[in-house]
Design a binder for this molecule. Structure first.
Ligand code: SF4
Length: 383
């Protein structure tokens, strides 16, 4: 069991973090869902106030880097205007990921989007839940198993079209609710986590960091905790057929960095179609609702802007922390080194690998092999 001796220090959009390349702001995007105007506001803020790009995080949130010391108030003003900062006290608590293309792609039992919206509204309306740690994660899975596999602290997974099951750190609780009510189960479980943390006089960031966390939190909400048998599934990459003859494109974003060029294309597409985008916890972006005749042009434009639509690409295997020059703790420019290894076909291992500039290994996905910068190069598989 991990013991924390301090509150988490996750950055937010208001509580920015001072990095080596300027202030870093993290904008929570519940469910990863962004309307066209929200994407435009973020893209403009990235150009006007930061380094021009948006970074995707492992929880489907977005970061702006290189902000000037006096930029955060203007960023907050713009985010408020775009509906991306509904409550400053809750800014780091709104960590909600949802199934990719839910309500659009085949296979889902429910549409996760209204569940996410109700959950987010309930969360920001509840003053007590502003105390949730920035590392606390909620997953809303439409039954396909994609985000359930991320083992959120509290989760919902659809088990039939009329019911979602409550999970705690990958354990089933035996509790279920209809789609319209399921968000209330999550809010109760979040309160139960905070109550159990208080009872244990703990500073835990995650349910599993509590003594017997899943079982005790489940007990507080009237359930029990048994290991989940819901199978995990891989997220989609490339084109995905939707109902009604529409198509979605899901593009990998190398190193999670959405450049100004890629943002320009995404903004144009969402403006032209009145659609939205979804950023995912796997550092990809989904562009839904494309009429068939637009798919090739949009895919080509996004490919030229750096997105990857081939699940077999080495980019599907590579993640990296910020490294130099963004992080002063780093021993190397890990992103440049990883990009060079991809370009030259010299990745040091096969399979998922996380390049990191120091032992903290920020942003490391579970199951990745470490490619850790050391004084004289990289060490593979360092724990
Ligand atoms: S892993 Fe280390 S070098 Fe990389 S971003 Fe985190 S603290 Fe910085």
């Amino acid at each position: 069991m991990t013991t924390r001796d301090r509150a988490d220090a996750c950055p937010g959009a208001v509580q920015t973090h001072l990095a080596a390349d300027g202030r870093l702001a993290r904008v929570r995007v519940p469910g990863g869902l962004l309307t066209g105007p929200q994407l435009l506001a973020l893209a403009q803020a990235a150009v006007d106030l930061a380094d021009g790009a948006l970074e995707l995080t492992s929880r489907g949130n977005l970061q702006l880097r290189g902000l000037a010391e006096d930029a955060p108030p203007e960023l907050a003003r713009r985010l408020h205007g775009a509906g991306l900062l509904p409550s400053e006290p809750h800014e780091t608590a709104r960590n909600v990921v949802a199934s990719v293309l839910s309500g659009r792609a085949a296979g889902g039992l429910v549409d996760a989007r209204p569940v996410v919206r109700a959950l987010d509204a309930g969360l920001v309306a509840d003053a007590g839940l502003a105390a949730l740690p920035g590392r606390f994660l909620v997953t809303v899975d439409d039954g396909r198993g994609d985000v359930h596999g991320l083992t959120g602290d509290v989760g919902l997974v659809a088990v039939d079209p009329d019911a979602l099951a409550l999970t705690l750190a990958g354990h089933e609780t035996g509790l279920r609710a209809a789609p319209a009510d399921a968000h209330r189960l999550v809010l109760r479980a979040a309160h139960a986590f905070l109550a159990e943390r208080e009872a244990q006089r703990s500073r835990a960031w995650r349910v599993t960091e509590l003594d017997d966390g899943p079982a005790r939190v489940a007990c507080l909400v009237g359930g029990s905790a048994t290991p989940s048998a819901v199978p995990a599934s891989d997220p989609p990459v490339g084109s995905v057929d939707q109902a009604g003859g529409l198509v979605a494109l899901v593009g990998l974003v190398p190193l999670g960095r959405l450049t100004t060029a890629a943002l320009d294309v995404l903004v144009q597409v969402t403006a032209a179609l009145g659609s939205e985008v979804q950023v995912t916890p796997w550092r990809s972006v989904a562009v839904p609702d494309l009429p068939d005749e637009y798919v090739d042009d949009v895919a080509t434009a996004l490919h030229h802007a750096g997105l990857v639509f081939d699940a077999a690409s080495p980019w599907a295997q590579v993640t990296a922390c910020a490294g130099l020059p963004g992080c002063a703790k780093s021993r190397a420019d890990v992103r440049a080194d990883a990009a060079r290894a991809v370009a030259t076909g010299t990745l040091p291992v096969t399979g998922p690998q996380h390049w990191a500039g120091c032992e903290r290994r920020c942003g490391r996905p579970a199951g990745s092999t470490d490619v850790l910068a050391v004084e004289d190069g990289y060490r593979i598989g360092a724990g």
